[in-house]
Design a binder for this molecule. Structure first.
Ligand SMILES: Nc1ncnc2c1ncn2[C@@H]1O[C@H](COP(=O)(O)OP(=O)(O)OP(=O)(O)O)[C@@H](O)[C@H]1O
Length: 251
């Protein structure tokens, strides 16, 4: 548990309209600037937990128990970057719109801040023009724009829902490095959802393992990966394929 948490979740339970429990008695806390990983198989309730923190549960899902206490604003980076952008609006305009509403500056200032954010995220100058639409960007570029949008909200907590799953491995690495650099620079805390243990291990100091809506194990990342006590955590670790030693590599 964090000593001075900026996010506290206690006994969170979520259910579908059919009364089926989807998230069951989930508790964790997050300290300022800390990174916490939620890992587990598909359908284990990771995304719904993030959405509950953001206050954006999908239609048909309700909170049936527990409480969420947050001392900072949250912003979310979604799994499908292209789907998170409006295909009919130039990317720079979309970003400027978020700045305008969230930072409450005038239109001219919001555009200047949007251009600075695009630069900070390492996007090419061509994207600053108003004739560039999401369909003209690569998946990695779209994800950088989505991250810029989240940062435009000046979040104290960045909620990342498998932000690299839809990207190829080299781009995944670049995006992870970008998020790490930005976190060091801006100091936001992060809840990072992934089913990729290697990514979670690189980014997060603590891991929570979810299965069928429940937390089955949690702990400091290295300790948990080296000494898992729950068979499901062990199974997740065992399912990571090792890179075979290359013949004649001299290793
Ligand atoms: N709107 C909804 N109505 C009913 N059930 C839902 C709804 N959204 C999600 N669920 C169910 O809730 C459970 C948890 O879903 P969730 O999206 O949180 O899983 P996840 O761990 O994030 O999976 P993934 O890694 O595939 O994104 C799943 O069984 C899913 O089918």
């Amino acid at each position: 548990m964090s000593i001075h948490p900026i996010l506290q979740i206690e006994g969170l339970s979520l259910a579908a309209k059919s009364k089926e429990t989807l998230v069951n008695n989930v508790s964790f806390s997050l300290g300022k600037g800390e990174s916490l990983g939620l890992v587990g198989e598909s359908g284990s309730g990771k995304s719904l937990t993030l959405r509950a923190i953001l206050g954006l549960l999908p239609r048909g899902v309700t909170q049936t128990g527990g409480m969420i206490k947050s001392g900072a604003s949250s912003a979310m980076v979604f799994q499908d970057p292209r789907g998170a952008l409006d295909p009919l609006c130039p990317v720079v305009n979309q970003l400027a719109e978020v700045v305008y509403y969230r930072q409450q500056v005038n239109r001219k200032a919001s555009r200047i801040i949007a251009l600075e954010l695009l630069e900070r995220l390492g996007l090419p100058d061509s994207l600053k023009r108003s004739d560039r639409y999401p369909s003209q960007l690569s998946g990695g570029q779209c994800q950088r724009v989505v991250i810029a949008m989240a940062l435009a909200c000046k979040p104290g907590i960045l909620l990342c829902d498998e932000p690299t799953t839809a990207l190829d491995v080299t781009v995944q690495r670049q995006i992870i490095d970008t998020i790490t650099d930005l976190q060091h620079e801006l100091g936001f805390a992060m809840v990072f959802v992934t089913h990729n243990l290697a990514i979670a291990a690189n980014l997060c100091s603590r891991l929570y393992v979810m299965k069928a809506g429940r937390i089955v194990e949690h702990g400091d990342t290295l300790d948990l990966l080296q000494n898992p006590t729950d068979p499901y955590t062990q199974m997740l670790i065992d399912s990571v394929l090792p890179v075979p030693e290359l013949e004649g590599s001299g290793a």
